[in-house]
Write a protein that binds this ligand. Structure first.
Ligand SMILES: [Zn+2]
Length: 285
């Protein structure tokens, strides 16, 4: 259900791509086509960052589709409207994303269409949590913990892509054009703001338009394992899909190779930054 590219971390940097999976489980039973279900996919994001693994940076990638289960949600962020009987007898931690149909298990597509022609059973959703959410989170936590134990600091980049223009139920409002990149640090709480600024400036120097926390602030995966005061930094990076793919056909276009090269340069810059921070942390203790 997941794959870890690369080996043990050689630098204090960890990447994860939670939304690029496209192996459709047999029990999905959605009422819309696989093509439509890829609406929620951050297409090719794992492939875009793959060259970074040559620097000794591990890259965790989900293989299951985001619409099947979104690992960037708390396991208790269940949409009660989707559950048979409207009750969830396990840990319940609503984030408010159910309102736009994008809680742990998506109820609707970005354009508002229902994904299922039925309600889901509690055991069915629990099974998805056990098979997808739990192993993904365990793998990410292990990578972050192992890197922190080795270097005293860890920089975690949570890799995503976003539609060029906000959909009907999109974050920040329908029809809103997105910048080239949006960085999310949950308003300066999931990493040192200096790190966010470093990534912003690095991308801006490449000629990209970059926004911070607008409209994406970062969700569960940058919240869960970050603790900037203890040297654990997580930053969400959203890439505008128009930079590398045709959203209508979901095919890569000519911009893919250039973006992939620029992301390798970005990863190298972040790895250098992280190593400088690790050296400073060693000196301080
Ligand atoms: Zn995403």
């Amino acid at each position: 259900m997941l794959r870890i590219h690369g080996s043990a971390p050689a630098v204090p940097l960890v990447l994860d791509s939670p939304h690029s999976g496209r192996e459709f489980p047999a029990d999905f039973d959605a009422a819309v086509s696989e093509f439509d279900l890829r609406d929620g996919e951050d297409c090719y994001v794992d492939e875009l960052y793959l060259p970074a693994t040559e620097l000794g940076v591990p890259l965790l990638a989900a293989r299951f589709p985001r619409t099947y289960l979104d690992p960037n949600r708390h396991r208790g962020d269940v949409d009660l409207e989707l559950i048979e009987g409207g009750r969830w007898p396990h840990e319940y931690a609503p984030s408010g994303k159910a309102k736009i149909g994008k809680a742990l298990v998506w109820r609707t597509l970005d354009d508002g269409r229902a994904i299922y022609a039925r309600k889901l059973k509690v055991d069915e959703v629990l099974g998805r949590i056990e098979r997808c959410h739990a192993p993904y989170h365990a793998a990410l936590r292990e990578l972050i913990d192992a890197t922190h134990a080795r270097f005293g600091v860890v920089y975690h980049v949570n890799c995503h892509s976003m539609p060029a223009v906000g959909g009907k139920q999109g974050e920040g409002g329908a029809g809103k054009p997105r910048a080239d990149f949006v960085l999310g640090d949950r308003d300066g709480t999931s990493c040192n703001p200096e790190f966010t600024e470093f990534v912003r400036a690095t991308l801006a120097a490449m000629g990209y338009e970059v926004k911070v926390n607008d409209p994406y602030k970062g969700v569960e995966l940058v919240r869960a394992y970050s603790d900037p005061a203890r040297g654990r930094h997580s930053l969400q990076v959203e890439i505008n899909k128009r930079l590398y793919m045709d959203e209508a056909t979901r095919k890569k276009h000519d911009g893919f190779a250039t973006l992939q090269k620029n992301l390798a340069t970005l990863a190298e810059s972040i790895a250098d930054y992280a190593q400088r921070c690790a050296a400073a942390a060693r000196k301080a203790t």
